[in-house]
Design a protein around this ligand. Structure first.
Ligand SMILES: Cc1cc2nc3c(=O)[nH]c(=O)nc-3n(C[C@H](O)[C@H](O)[C@H](O)COP(=O)(O)OP(=O)(O)OC[C@H]3O[C@@H](n4cnc5c(N)ncnc54)[C@H](O)[C@@H]3O)c2cc1C
Length: 490
């Protein structure tokens, strides 16, 4: 698709939007703006097509009440529920190295919350793209194979100039409203950093899960669960399959999340330390040998075709990011008293963290929801709306990153002892919070409540931890005094 021009003398106040990045945040933002009446919206996406399969990004999202605030607004929650698996049905089968299987239905952490839905990233992106194609083609043009390569401020007019590469061609666009939804390596944010270093500098908050490496292995739908029976994997069931090795460097887990479509490939996430042996395997044959030894409970060679094993071995995979954010979310270009363009950042471009708390996509969708509310209050006047968006959202952005740092970082079998200690402290804190309501439940539990902002959750977590420390000191002090008095009496 050719990129339509945004250099237009007859531009109106609510048109000429350029969204960089056609991931969940970018497509959702385009839909939200079109619904508000904005026109001439272009979405640039560097992938070649909507259907391009990205094996190492084929993870499953849980769209919870927070993400559903936006899908409700866009009228898409019903569609999400139809293509997703509800968390109320979440069942997991653990398969031990000796083949023993145990299925359990995990209790909902907080049954009062809205039903959340598991669905693959590609299904969510496809739903958003199809909605644009079917309902908003007059307002939104999605350009694939189109990569934003740089942006500049035009000296005289202070207009924004964005350079886009499509094939061998470089196009120059002059949007009135530029929205950076281009993920962790955001070129929009990097340019803003050159213009205003302090506000757009990334701040990092390392966590025990950051820098773990991951790759995603594609398994056939309904793959066999063992070599001897006819038992096959069930699409809507989650699986946790443990290797026979337990030592660091060899221990491995295959994690499969529920899927509605029982004809689509299953994806098994492999997440482990950067120095794990699996990352050194160079060929599909080496990988199949390794997996067959690690998982004697599975007929590995029946399940994984050599082509997929080769692809996996050659793929770079990825590494979980260090939780990070930048405090600047918007930028206004002004000429005399009026603005000549506005820039805004959303989603992973401003806050990014490992998937421990399942909030990556939900926080991105909430960014879009908040933007809609602010545009509503400011009657779509960017000069007012952008600063207001930053004031309202910046604290939540910082808070969700701090929550990602502490809420559930030991869930990848990195260290069995630390994982168990985390679970014990989680359950203890949950129990204590029931006895002493002044002490809030653990952060991971509070995150299920989409009516609380991330900032409120972070503040409750901090206050709760402080009160817990004071309570522990009082209990220890009481015990000490009690034993001293008992000693004096005897
Ligand atoms: C391994 C892993 C597992 C995850 N699991 C979960 C999970 O279980 N639950 C959850 O909620 N979140 C999860 N996340 C996080 C989640 O995927 C992100 O938070 C979410 O995708 C953010 O959406 P986004 O649209 O802001 O960015 P992205 O999804 O990164 O989309 C950015 C888009 O911009 C395009 N782009 C980038 N640069 C340019 C450019 N210069 N020009 C044109 N296009 C460009 C990219 O191709 C991409 O399509 C996970 C992340 C990882 C890495």
């Amino acid at each position: 698709m050719m990129i339509p021009s945004t250099v237009n003398e007859s531009r109106s106040a609510h048109s000429d939007v350029l969204v960089v990045g056609g991931g969940p945040a970018g497509l959702a933002t385009a839909l939200m703006l079109a619904k508000r009446g904005w026109t001439r919206i272009i979405v640039l996406e560097q992938r070649r097509s909507a259907a391009e399969y990205e094996p190492d990004k084929s993870f499953n999202y849980l769209i919870d009440g927070r993400g559903q605030k936006l899908t409700d607004l866009l009228g898409l929650t019903d569609a999400v529920s139809q293509i997703g698996v509800p968390n109320t049905e979440f069942r997991i089968t653990r398969i031990q190295p000796n083949g023993k299987r145990k299925t359990s239905k995990l209790p909902l952490l907080d049954p009062r919350r809205k039903t959340a839905y598991w669905l693959p990233r590609r299904a969510l992106v496809h739903l958003l793209y199809e909605t644009i194609e079917q309902q908003w083609k007059d307002h939104i043009t999605v350009c694939f194979n189109a990569r934003c390569v740089s942006m500049e401020r035009e000296q005289n007019t202070q207009r924004l100039e964005v350079f886009v590469q499509q094939g061998d061609e470089i196009e120059r666009l002059q949007p009135f409203f530029l929205i950076g939804c281009d993920g962790i390596q955001s070129i929009v944010r990097q340019t803003l950093r050159q213009w205003d270093t302090e506000r757009f500098e990334i701040q990092q908050f390392p966590s025990p899960s950051s820098r773990l490496r991951y790759k995603v292995l594609s398994l056939p739908p309904r793959f066999p669960l063992d070599a001897h029976t006819q038992d096959q994997a069930v699409a809507t069931m989650a699986y946790a399959i443990r290797s026979k090795w337990r030592e660091r460097g060899r221990s491995l887990s295959l994690g499969l999340l529920p899927l509605k479509d029982d004809t689509a490939p299953r994806t098994a996430n492999i997440v482990t330390y950067p120095d794990h042996q699996i990352w050194d395997l160079k060929t599909g044959e080496q990988l199949l040998d390794f997996l067959a030894q690690a998982f004697p409970q599975l007929p590995i060679r029946q399940i994984i075709p050599i082509e997929e094993a080769d692809r996996f071995a050659k793929s770079q995979g990825g590494a979980f990011p260090v939780p990070q954010f930048c405090s600047g979310l918007t930028y206004l270009l002004k000429q005399q008293d009026s603005i000549s363009a506005g820039v805004l950042l959303l989603g992973d471009a401003i806050h990014c963290f490992p998937p421990d708390i399942g909030q990556g996509v939900n926080s991105a969708l909430e960014d879009v929801f908040v933007l809609n509310e602010v545009l509503c209050q400011c009657q779509d006047d960017l000069a007012q709306a952008l600063p207001q968006y930053e004031t309202i959202r910046a604290n939540d952005v910082g808070a969700v990153v701090r929550l990602a740092q502490i809420a559930a970082p030991w869930q990848y079998n990195q260290n069995r002892l630390r994982g168990r200690l985390w679970l014990v402290q989680f359950l203890l804190r949950l129990g204590i919070s029931r006895l002493f309501p002044a002490i809030s439940p653990p952060a991971f539990f509070l995150l299920q409540n989409h009516q609380l902002s991330y900032e409120e959750i972070w503040n409750r977590e901090q206050r709760g931890s402080l009160r817990l420390k004071i309570l522990s000191l009082m209990v220890m002090g009481g015990l000490l005094v009690g034993s001293l008095v008992a000693g004096l009496r005897s």
